[in-house]
Design a protein around this ligand. Structure first.
Ligand SMILES: NC(=O)c1ccc[n+]([C@@H]2O[C@H](COP(=O)([O-])OP(=O)(O)OC[C@H]3O[C@@H](n4cnc5c(N)ncnc54)[C@H](OP(=O)(O)O)[C@@H]3O)[C@@H](O)[C@H]2O)c1
Length: 235
C-alpha cells in the first residue's frame, strides 16, 4: 500500500497538507511528538476521509532510535512510501545574546538534525522499496535563503537543512527519487504562538493557500519543480 508521510502533520501547515491529501483519497502517516494532538487531528480528518487510511505515529524526528523503530514499523507492514513531506519545525525569534546551547540543541533538533535523520532513513527505505514517482518534499523557509535580524539561530538551522537537501539531491541524482524544496514566507500558524515577534501577522499567508501550492507541485508528475518560493503578496 502506498503512503504519504507527513512530519509535523499535527498542526499548522502540516495539518493543512494532510487534509488535502486525505481529500485526494490517498493514505497518510502523520508524525508529531504529541500523541493527543495527533489523535485530535485524526478525528478531524475523518470529515475528509473516503477510503484512505490515516495512521498516526508519535515520534520525535531527532530521536535516532525512534526513527529506527519507525523504519522497522514501515518494513514490517510492507508500506510503500510514495512521498515524504518534511514539515516539522520550530521557530526562535530573539536577539543573538539570548542564544544558549540548550536553545541551539532544541532548534537544531527539530529543524536540522531531525530533518536529516528522517530524510536519510526514508531515502534509504525508498531505495530498498522502489516504486514509481517517489518524492521528498521539504518545507524550509525564506529564512533558509536570507539572514534576518533576530532570526540568526533559526536561519542557521534552515540554511543547514537547505545544504543537506541540495547535497542529497546531487548524491542520488541517478536514482528515481525527486527532491522538492519549498521556501515559504510568513504564515498564520501556531508556530508564532510563544514568540515575541512584532510582525504584522494580519499580512501573513493562510497555511491552506500555501498547502494548496505545495500539493500542486508535489502531485503533478508531468513536471518536476525542484525549488519554489512562496511569498506574501505585496499589498
Ligand atoms: N509559520 C510560518 O510563518 C513559517 C514560515 C516559513 C516556514 N515555516 C516552516 O513550516 C513548517 C511548519 O510550521 P508551522 O507554521 O505549521 O508550525 P506549527 O504549527 O508550530 O507546527 C509544527 C509541527 O512540527 C511538529 N514538530 C516540531 N518539532 C518536532 C520534532 N522534533 N519531531 C516531530 N515533530 C515535530 C509539531 O508537533 P509536536 O510539537 O507535537 O511535535 C507540529 O506538528 C516548519 O518547518 C516551519 O519552520 C513556517
Amino acid at each position: 500500500m502506498k503512503y504519504n508521510i507527513i512530519t509535523g502533520g499535527s498542526s499548522g501547515l502540516g495539518f493543512e497538507i494532510a487534509k488535502l491529501i486525505v481529500e485526494k483519497d490517498e493514505n497518510i502517516i502523520l508524525i508529531g511528538r504529541n500523541i493527543k494532538k495527533l489523535e485530535k487531528c485524526k478525528s478531524e480528518l475523518k470529515e475528509y476521509q473516503k477510503e484512505s487510511k490515516i495512521i498516526t505515529y508519535p515520534l520525535d524526528i531527532s530521536d535516532e532510535k525512534g526513527v529506527y523503530y519507525f523504519i522497522d514499523f514501515l518494513d514490517k507492514n510492507q508500506y510503500n512510501v510514495q512521498r515524504l513531506f518534511n514539515v516539522a519545525g520550530k521557530g526562535f525569534y530573539n536577539n543573538f545574546n539570548n542564544i544558549t546551547k540548550e536553545k541551539m540543541i532544541d532548534i537544531f533538533n527539530s529543524n536540522l538534525f531531525g530533518l536529516i535523520l528522517i530524510t536519510k532513513s526514508i531515502c534509504d527505505y525508498m531505495l530498498r522499496h522502489k516504486i514509481k514517482n517517489q518524492r521528498i518534499i521539504s518545507i524550509l523557509s525564506t529564512a533558509a535563503l536570507k539572514g534576518k535580524k533576530n532570526e540568526s539561530l533559526y536561519n542557521s538551522a534552515k540554511f543547514g537543512a537547505k545544504g543537506f537537501l541540495e547535497a542529497l539531491r546531487d548524491e542520488i541524482k541517478e536514482e528515481n527519487i525527486e527532491l522538492i524544496n519549498i521556501y515559504p514566507g510568513g504564515m498564520k500558524t501556531p508556530f508564532w504562538k510563544d514568540s515575541n515577534a512584532n510582525y504584522n501577522f494580519d499580512t501573513f499567508m493562510d497555511p491552506l493557500d500555501v498547502a494548496n501550492e505545495i500539493i500542486n507541485v508535489s502531485f503533478n508528475q508531468k513536471i518536476f519543480i525542484s525549488d519554489i518560493t512562496i511569498n506574501r503578496p505585496k499589498r
